[in-house]
Design a protein around this ligand. Structure first.
Ligand SMILES: Nc1ncnc2c1ncn2[C@@H]1O[C@H](COP(=O)(O)OP(=O)(O)OP(=O)(O)O)[C@@H](O)[C@H]1O
Ligand SMILES: [Mg+2]
Length: 380
């Protein structure tokens, strides 16, 4: 049965990798939650390995918090199972699940010092005083907060308060830590700094983290794998690179890289490649091999950073540069493709080699960077 003690007090703190019986830190099978007619989470399934940093990424209302709250035990699923370290916790109370939490609001106890706040989970678990002092000291040091133990939360900056909240979750070494937009209340510079700090602590201690954000850059920076959520469904669960380079749906292609979408039709297959006739320009474009029959109407998806401007004879189509914006290391250009109306094709090219407004250009891409989606699939 469930034990209350959780991490034994004698466990060595720094560098202690939380081990699980199966190597799987957490698994979720067909988790579902409805509120009346709203399906907040629809049959979510995933397996997370010990030591992995996984992020739920999606727009507002996509079901990220609901999924996390079901894992945490604060929200009861309609159906499905949750296993932590090989143990079914689906019907267990939150405090029996052996998980740590960090929320967007720090939720520190205002009347307690930093030391007392961080000690709280250990005090609750009856850990001896000496042991508490030692472990709180070690944890504060990891988070760069040594010397702040005697202060009250109101005497700290937002970033420091969030680090205290992180320490409170870390201090009893739960094998899995859940974080719901923990940096949401902080300004950009502090967010960037704490992203790196959280990631460093996670790697040094071998923690398993499930992190929620709607900021795609944050997700890309921090995660080993990202679950892209949409309307309660996990659209794709993959590494950042796979999501970016091999999106399984137009939604993922758009959400992660703001892909260009050009209408076309499969012309033929040629060895490793698939040739697509672009509707607007009538020209042919080479994509990596896709198993769609000739004649299939497709959306051609290419990330702006994977397109290049070239001589008009060399590209898969030609056009006129309508705008070119210098943004530091990059030039963002919008090209009006020849042959009828269509949205501007967006390019991001290294500054210095960027095209200028009014210039006639060809556009090219490596076949491997061109993704195709059947047009009749659900829209992005
Ligand atoms: N207690 C509740 N009662 C009714 N509907 C709810 C409740 N909690 C969540 N929902 C609905 O479930 C859906 C998913 O909500 P959830 O909070 O999981 O989204 P989210 O992805 O975390 O969004 P955000 O980025 O805004 O935090 C939404 O449509 C929301 O309105
Ligand atoms: Mg939320």
């Amino acid at each position: 049965m469930a034990e209350f003690g959780i991490a034994a007090p004698s466990v060595k703190v720094a560098g202690n990798k939380p081990a699980t019986a199966t190597g799987k830190a957490l698994s979720v099978v067909a988790l579902r939650k409805t509120y009346g007619d709203v399906v907040a989470v629809d049959e979510a399934s995933m397996e997370i390995a010990a030591g992995e940093f996984v992020t739920f990424l999606g727009s507002s209302g996509s079901g990220k918090t609901t999924t996390l709250m079901m894992i945490a035990g604060f929200c009861e699923p309609d159906s499905g199972t949750i296993t932590v370290g090989g143990r079914d916790v689906t019907r267990l109370a939150p405090q029996k699940r052996n998980l740590g939490f960090v929320f967007q609001q720090y939720l520190l106890f205002p009347h307690m010092t930093v030391q007392e706040n961080v000690a709280f989970p250990l005090t609750l678990r009856g850990v001896p005083k000496d042991e508490i002092r030692r472990r709180v000291g070690e944890t504060l040091e990891i988070a760069g907060l040594s010397g702040f133990g005697g202060r009250k939360p109101r005497e700290l900056s937002g970033g420091q308060q969030q680090r205290v909240a992180l320490c409170r979750a870390l201090v009893y070494r739960p094998p899995v830590i859940l974080m719901d937009e923990p940096l949401g209340a902080l300004d950009k510079k502090l967010r960037d700094q704490l992203q790196v700090e959280i990631k460093t602590i996670q790697q040094e201690l071998g923690l398993t983290v499930i992190y929620v954000t709607h900021d795609q850059e944050e997700a890309l920076v921090m995660s080993d794998r990202i679950a892209v959520m949409r309307n309660g469904l996990i659209e794709q669960f993959d590494t950042p690179r796979e999501l970016f380079e091999r999106p399984k749906t137009p939604f993922v292609a758009d959400f992660l890289g703001a892909a260009n979408f050009l209408p076309g039709r499969i012309d033929k297959h040629d060895g490793e490649h698939t040739l697509v006739r672009l509707t607007q320009s009538g020209t042919l474009l080479k994509a990596r091999r896709h198993d769609l029959p000739s004649g299939t109407e497709v959306k051609v998806a290419v990330q702006p950073g994977r397109l290049r401007a070239c001589a008009t004879d060399d590209g898969f189509c030609t056009g006129t540069v309508e705008m070119a914006t210098y943004v530091g290391t990059l030039v963002r250009a919008g090209v009006r493709i020849d042959g009828g109306d269509g949205p501007l094709v967006r390019l991001e090219v290294p500054a210095g080699r960027g095209p200028v407004a009014g210039e006639r250009v060809g556009i090219t891409a490596d076949a491997d960077d061109v993704n195709l989606f059947p047009t009749d699939e659900k829209a992005g």
